[in-house]
Design a protein around this ligand. Structure first.
Ligand code: SD4
Length: 291
């Protein structure tokens, strides 16, 4: 039985993130505060090599980050290809709240962050640098998402006023081309919420999600009456129907509706997610298409 409030995030190890989000809601804060606080957990964790501090670099050895955030009133903010910032989700929120824009990229995003009081720091950890040096030996680029099972965090929450918000943050595909931007900072691809309907987030090989407007598609399918589970399955099937060699890549979708029902579906085995609902935190394994 669905219960509100709820916080939900991609990947089991993000239990800590959904708990941090719920703590905000319990202290009377909004779902927007909740998803930001949740996203900051893996961003600040050097052991999480797919998000923020500790993220693996691109093929030029630079860690470049993508993040976006959206609230129940259609306010949205995003940064992409930003370097040297530990908490890009908080910069995305500032873009949303303090500028007339939705997206800032690269140097401009970093400059704005500095103006807003963020520090530029080295976010390449020794461990991530070692992984890069190992990769350099062959320097073969084969986008392989979700090998670690704690990749990109997409997080959504509905608060005590029944308002929804979502966030998504990542260091992107490891050893990507310098300048590559994935789905995660793109509103409607990596994350989308609509307070009338619900929300969706994506993880995996961003190119497949970008080409199908994944999160937006799932929210629209729920608007048309599908359950979160049906909508996520339809989103994956859309990729399967349209994108060649899709079965070589992982994509996982996660969705909630305004009643607090959730659903998830992935291309491949191995996608899981964490929920804090009704006073309990649980990790679920997602069903998948290619068996
Ligand atoms: C990207 N979607 O940059 C991200 C990567 C990811 O789990 O989700 N990894 O394409």
């Amino acid at each position: 039985k669905p219960q509100l409030p709820i916080s939900i995030a991609t990947w089991g190890p993000n239990e800590a993130a959904v708990n941090a989000a719920m703590a905000e809601i319990e202290s009377g804060k909004t779902s927007l505060d909740a998803v930001e606080a949740g996203a900051k957990v893996p961003e600040g964790d050097p052991k999480d090599m797919s998000v923020g501090y500790g993220g693996r670099p691109d093929r030029d050895g630079k860690v470049t980050l993508d993040a976006c955030i959206m609230d129940w009133e259609m306010n949205a903010g995003s940064v992409s290809f930003v370097q040297g910032i530990k908490h890009p989700i908080s910069v995305a929120r500032k873009v949303m709240e303090k500028t007339p824009h939705v997206m800032l990229a690269g140097e401009g995003a970093q400059k704005f962050a500095v103006e807003e009081g963020f520090e530029v720091e080295n976010i390449l950890t020794e461990e991530a640098e070692k992984a890069y040096e190992e990769w350099l030996k062959t320097a073969e680029y084969k986008p392989q998402a979700n090998i670690e099972r704690h990749d990109t965090i997409g997080i959504m929450a509905i608060d005590n006023n029944s308002k929804i918000a979502g966030a998504c943050t990542t260091s992107g595909m490891a050893f990507k081309m310098h300048g590559r931007v994935g789905d995660s900072p793109v509103i409607g691809a990596g994350m989308y919420v609509d307070d009338e309907v619900g929300g969706a987030v994506a993880t995996g090989v961003g190119e497949l999600v970008l080409k199908t407007c994944g999160s937006f598609l799932i929210v629209e399918l729920m608007r048309q009456g599908k359950s979160p589970q049906e909508a996520c399955e339809e989103g994956v099937k859309r990729i399967a129907a349209k994108v060649k060699n899709f079965e070589e890549s992982q994509v996982g979708f996660l969705a909630i509706n305004k009643e607090g029902h959730h659903g998830a579906f992935a291309i491949l085995k191995g996608f899981n997610y964490a929920i804090n609902q009704g006073g309990e935190t649980k990790v679920y394994e997602s069903d998948y298409l290619v068996k």
